[in-house]
Design a binder for this molecule. Structure first.
Ligand code: F6R
Length: 640
């Protein structure tokens, strides 16, 4: 998704903007640009509208006319960096990575966008809903439009304001636009500041020494400062080299103070791995330990989740649990719902957050709503939170990014402590989400009818997970071989039953995201009701056959695949007899088999997911694809 960076201070902003944009690359984008304010430095009174071309170098003593130099390119940030003139030097600037929404990925559509007179420059994340009407009005007024974008109207509206200050001009423009936005605005008439505003799209200020940073994501500024302000929806800020003022759309000061974030620059490095996806897969043993740390009560066989802000009496009062998330987070929500039903014996289900608000959901006071999101910025999930709250429901968050929009909006929750996740394909965040749901299920169970002994059994299982993940990852070479056998496939099936079905869905999701192999997940029981028609020597099936009460039924389904000469890969536990598969039909089959360490049945899905991540990674590697930035995908989907 689109990314914003900004800088104002004493250094040349150009390399800082480019570096910030490179840090945002993982989010997905199709074009990028920067706008740098040159000259007029410190004067606070540039040449105003239609400023002439300045010398390119500012001076503290002489008030030179300010100008904005804009460079934009379709493609990678490195292409933009190559196009930026070496002499481009200015102490204030804004930059953007664009994910096309209004109009194709072209240079005129790339941000920053300028007002007709070139005085104003704007970068924008989000969507302006009434852009078509505003564009028509501007055209009627004779304003030449240079792009197909919604963002351009913001630049024109600010540029056409007769307000004395940039802050007032931005406020005036915001009264005319409807939609979501995070914006950063430069003005040659006020070269000593950048004005920013947020509504529905994340925006963060970073406080340095005589310098300020602006970003839509902390990863873009964490190398320079860990002292940040997460702006709230409806908030603006006027940012200068030496400070900032935050205020509402009614111009009331909000007096926001910075908080320290616990992300270290090193967390965002590849650390010797070829890809972030590989790094993050291998970080899972530590991430699994981190999400449990301090949250397990061995003696009483329960979990301590103080962040929920709900006591035992309140937890007991809930009669249902509804989990909401998008994509892989939704699939983990399905795993979580199964754990809650099994351990707490209360009805629980998961639903895509992206659909939720469109069906005018009935929000019940005795249902506990839980949203799940790595980024905490997924627009569809944030809208689901708003829908629950609007109708008076209680909503908790299972979130990775501390201080993110969703984390702030929910009534309580569980932070994942997985560390920053950079690869578009989520891995370690999902594993920690599943563990967080196991903890929640344990707690909900123990305030109901789950025995201490059963609680302690689950805890013992949870404690084994980090080591068992290590064991699975030690078998990476064999998983790479399995991936090789899939790399030529056009299409494949993932099948799993009951607890295994969300695992199958996530396995299919991961494979298609990074390797572009078409993959579909089915409940194993559904195979014979339709999909079996597609089984052929060209259609591999990855079957989840854990050692549980359904093993025999799963083996029987695998036989049906083999009988139709479908290539089969089995993901199973020690002791499950897969050697005899295929024998019934008298056909010799070598079935690639991945043996995953056994845990408690309720927790097995967490481990079964891990080899599927590794297989997806190696399938993409075999195909020579851009694993960390799959085509058409963004790390966090901050627009609807
Ligand atoms: C899949 C993936 C996406 C996200 C989904 C939700 O690998 O990463 O399906 O899970 O977009 O994102 P978050 O968790 O940030 O809300």
């Amino acid at each position: 998704m689109c990314g914003i960076v900004g800088y104002i201070g004493t250094q040349n902003s150009t390399p800082l903007l480019i570096e910030g944009l490179m840090r945002l690359e993982y989010r997905g984008y199709d074009s990028a640009g920067v706008a740098v304010m040159t000259a007029g430095k410190g004067s606070g009174q540039g040449s105003g509208k239609g400023s002439g071309r300045g010398s390119g170098q500012g001076s503290d003593k002489v008030s030179e006319p300010a100008e904005i130099t804009t460079v934009r390119r379709v493609g990678r940030v490195r292409d933009l960096a190559a196009a930026v003139p070496k002499r481009l030097n200015g102490t204030a600037g804004i930059g953007h990575t664009r994910w096309a929404t209004h109009g194709p990925a072209t240079e005129p559509n790339a941000h920053p966008h300028a007002s007709a007179d070139g005085r104003i420059s704007v970068v924008h994340n989000g969507i302006i809903d009434n852009a078509t009407v505003l564009r028509a009005r501007l055209e009627q007024d004779g304003v030449p439009l240079a792009s197909d974008t919604d963002t351009e109207v913001i630049a024109h509206l600010i540029g056409r304001s007769s307000a004395d200050t940039l802050e007032a001009a931005v406020l005036e423009a915001l009264t005319k636009i409807e939609g979501t936005y995070a914006i950063a605005v430069l003005d040659t008439a006020h070269p000593d500041r950048i004005v920013v505003a947020r509504n529905g799209s994340p925006l963060i200020l970073g406080v340095g020494a005589k310098e300020m940073f602006i970003a839509s994501d902390v990863s873009a500024l964490v190398r320079h400062t860990t002292s940040v302000i997460h702006l709230h929806d409806g908030e603006l800020a006027s940012v200068t080299a030496t400070g900032y003022r935050t205020f509402t759309r009614d111009s009331d000061d909000t007096g926001r103070v910075p908080v320290e974030i616990d992300v270290e620059a090193g967390d965002l490095e590849l650390a010797g791995y070829a890809h972030y996806m590989a790094k993050e897969i291998h970080e899972q043993p530590d991430a699994a330990a981190a999400v449990m740390r301090g949250r397990i009560d061995e003696r009483f066989g329960t979990a301590r989740l103080d962040g929920l802000n709900l006591g035992p009496r309140e937890l007991r009062a809930f009669r249902r649990v509804k989990i909401l998330g998008c994509g892989s987070a939704y699939y983990v929500g399905q795993m979580g719902a199964a754990m809650i039903e099994e351990l707490a014996r209360i009805p629980a289900d998961a639903e895509p957050a992206s659909e939720f608000r469109y069906r005018n959901p009935i929000i019940e006071p005795d249902t506990l709503y839980v949203v799940v999101s790595q980024s905490g910025e997924t627009a569809d999930t944030a809208f689901a939170v708003a829908e629950v709250k609007r109708k008076g429901g209680t909503v908790l968050g299972v979130v990775n990014v501390v201080g993110s929009t969703i984390a702030r909006e929910v009534d309580g929750g569980i932070y994942l402590h997985a560390g920053p996740e950079v690869a578009v394909a989520s891995t370690k965040a999902l594993t920690t989400m599943a563990i967080a749901f196991a903890l929640l299920a344990l707690l909900l169970g123990r305030v109901r009818d789950l025995s201490v002994a059963d609680g302690q059994r689950i805890i013992a299982g949870l404690r084994r997970i980090p080591e068992q993940i290590r064991e699975i990852l030690a078998g990476e070479a064999a998983l790479a071989d399995v991936a090789k056998s899939l790399a030529e496939a056009q299409s494949c099936f993932f099948i799993g039953r009951v607890r295994g079905y969300p695992v199958a869905r996530e396995g299919a999701q991961k494979l298609k995201e990074v390797s572009y192999i078409h993959a579909e997940a089915y409940q194993t029981s559904e195979l014979k009701h339709g999909p079996l028609a597609l089984i052929s020597p060209e259609m591999p099936t990855i079957a989840l056959i854990p050692d549980d009460e359904l093993t025999d039924r799963n083996l029987a389904a695998a036989e049906q695949v083999l009988a139709r000469r479908g290539p089969l890969v089995v993901i199973t536990n020690p002791g499950v007899d897969v050697a005899g598969l295929g024998a019934q039909g008298g056909v010799e089959h070598v079935v690639p088999t991945v043996v995953v360490p056994k845990n408690e049945p309720e927790l097995d899905p967490i481990l079964l997911t891990i080899p599927l991540q590794v297989i997806a990674y190696h399938a993409a590697l075999n195909r020579g694809l851009d694993i960390d930035k799959p085509r058409n995908l963004a790390k966090s989907v901050t627009v609807e």
